[in-house]
Design a protein around this ligand. Structure first.
Ligand code: CAA
Length: 382
């Protein structure tokens, strides 16, 4: 395993780091007030960041998966909100069409998604089907030249802002998860009703909405892949999506560690910087070790994905560990900041609020453990 980045990957990392610090950081406060970062996404589109892994022939940047993960990592150090918008847009908003779409579907949607003209969303979760995604109830009934969809979705990231929705619905209810199909739905489709935006603990600039489909007509040509093959499309794209969320968590953990280290060196109590107390120094040592371990898991999974090696288990391990690390490191960062850490004067309370959801979305930590347990015995071990 070689985790040295290539010259091109290092250039991407440095470019995105500079962009995040100069363009995203000044807008963090507005996002905390609930503003969606539309202008930032536009600039990201101009820089080629909204279609990083999309081939150039379809209007993307044609970069490898590791470069994309570096971008999410760097962006999330500054704003986990922009990190998740990019991850959902790419991994589960664009890639299902790129990997499973017909030539016509690809031509129609992918270049606009890659340029950032369109934003993507992924609609799997329902009020009664979260972790048990295969139990979804949204129904799609085939008519002459269209399907009619009825049902509702919850916790849809980018919902209301997105132009294209990948929607999962049951076409053969008697077949359970093997009777689910995937559809491409345009935002202005009659019957697509955007519901309330959730008031979340963190990620305030990202939209998380309920959706309802009321006799929504979807043309037959918007079926993605074959009928009843939708659950596999969802899971296949969630695998790579989970590396994106792991990179987001890594970014939050790194930002927490950096802030806490700086503060511990500056803050003087009992006549010396608090970092000189072993109780604080050892905390930072544990935090740094966990961040480094998370980094190794994230970039190993990214490197494998770049090389086309199956990553189901490695993606789940990276997400499980990086999200846990983000929560633990941001919690410890608040402890090191003491009372100031509990205020909005410093960013660590935001890191803590943003970190928690990385243990929940794109599969909870418990779901990642199920995936790892199922995969482990059948895959080659060291
Ligand atoms: N990759 C590819 N294939 C997979 C897979 C994976 N990760 N996990 C399972 N499969 C395959 C299985 O091999 C099986 O295939 P066969 O029928 O050919 O054997 C098929 O899919 C069904 O698998 P299971 O029988 O294991 O399915 P299940 O219904 O018992 O549940 C699960 C599997 C892993 C628990 C799955 O339901 C799951 O991942 N749940 C979590 C859902 C989730 O991650 N939701 C995220 C919502 S999107 C989101 O959060 C985005 C956002 O806004 C940020």
């Amino acid at each position: 395993m070689n985790l040295n980045f290539t010259e091109e990957q290092a250039m991407v990392r440095d470019m995105v780091r500079q962009f995040a610090e100069s363009e995203i950081a000044p807008f963090v406060e507005k996002m905390e007030e609930g503003q969606f970062p539309r202008d930032i996404l536009k600039k990201m589109g101009e820089l080629g960041l909204m279609g990083m892994t999309t081939p150039e022939s379809l209007g993307g940047s044609g970069m490898d998966f590791t470069s994309y993960i570096l971008a999410i990592n760097e962006i999330s150090r500054v704003s986990a909100t922009v990190g998740v918008i990019l991850s959902v847009h790419t991994s589960v908003g664009t890639n299902p069409i790129l990997y499973f779409g017909t030539e016509e579907q690809k031509k129609k949607y992918v270049p606009k998604l890659a340029s950032g003209e369109y934003l993507g969303a992924f609609c799997l979760t329902e009020p009664e089907a979260g972790s048990d995604a295969g139990a979804l109830k949204t129904r799609a009934v085939k008519k002459e030249d269209h399907y009619v969809l009825n049902g509702s979705k919850v916790f849809i990231t980018n919902g209301g802002e997105a132009d294209v929705y990948i929607v999962f619905a049951s076409t053969s209810p008697e077949k359970g998860s093997k009777g689910i199909s995937a559809f491409i739905v345009d935002k202005d489709t009659p019957g697509l009703v955007i519901g309330k935006n959730e008031h979340k603990m963190g990620l305030h600039g990202s939209k998380t909405v309920q959706l309802t489909f009321e006799n929504m007509k979807v043309p037959l040509e918007n079926l993605l892949g074959t009928e009843d093959a939708g659950f596999k499309i969802a899971l296949a794209n969630l695998n790579a999506g989970r590396i994106g969320i792991a990179a987001q968590a890594l970014g939050i953990a790194e930002a927490s560690l950096n802030a806490a280290t700086k503060y511990a060196k500056e803050r003087v109590q009992f006549g010396k910087p608090i970092v000189e107390n072993q109780g604080v120094g050892f905390k930072l040592a544990d935090m740094a070790t966990n961040v480094e371990a998370a980094r190794l898991l994230v970039y190993r999974a990214a490197d494998m994905q770049s090389r086309g090696i199956p990553i189901t288990k490695e993606a789940s391990m990276a997400k499980l560990f990086a999200s846990r690390t983000a929560v633990e490191v941001s919690t410890e960062a608040i402890q090191i900041f003491g009372g100031y850490g509990y205020t909005k004067e410093y960013p660590v309370e935001r890191y803590f609020r943003d970190a928690k959801v990385t243990e929940i979305y794109e599969g909870t930590s418990e779901i990642q453990k199920i995936v790892i347990t199922k995969a482990y015995p059948v895959q080659k071990q060291f």
